[in-house]
Design a protein around this ligand. Sequence first.
Ligand SMILES: [Zn+2]
Length: 249
Amino acid sequence: MESPAGLPVMRFVAVLAAFGALAAPAPAADGPLTLAEAAAMPYAPVVMVVDTVSSLGPLAAEPQAVTLADLVRYHGHPCDGLLVAAAGIAEGLKRLFPDGVVDRTDLVAAVNRSACYGDAAAYLTGARSRYGSLVIDPSLGDEWIVGRRSTGWSVRVILRAGFKPPELGGMERELRAAACPAALIAAVQGLQRRFALAVLAVPPDRAFEVRPLPGFPYPTGEARPDTAKRACGRVSADQPRRPAPRGNE
Ligand SMILES: [Zn+2]
């Protein structure tokens, strides 16, 4: 079976094979979350993506894997926001790309004002605020909307209740308003760490609700101009496929 882009079918990889046999580390100690412990969690997302081979070039024949390590290098630190958003967006992208390869030239996304959510969305989807394809909607909560231009499919991915510690938001606000209170910094780090590891410890359909949408609920901006020749050499690559994605509510 081949994907519409003529690519070999590759499934989303929920677990890095190298880590798959390892038990998830128990979050015994507090302190900042580390990339090593996050990447070793049973449901750390690895997203297979495809991009153009060059600016104004066609889509690549082979996908590449985006891991948490890639995201952390881009974002600057491993944090609960980045990792939880990555896991949620990856779950949404599975619905838009049932063949398992995410075309980063074909996506729009919406997130709230969180820098961590925005970076995860931009990296995993290729959407960019400069072209209006990465929408910042401050009214969104712990949820991420992704849409696929060529099919019109969109989904809203919502973090389920029970994962985010209810006291976390208040403690983060308190810390922002303070100077450098070491004890509070440590307490917030511990809470953020336990939150992120709890999400990555369970199958994504337990952590996230995915709701199909009738369409992307914002203007979609313009496609990235460097991907204008993405379809060159392909046949009917952008034909919509049905049925539309299913939710898991
Ligand atoms: Zn962050």
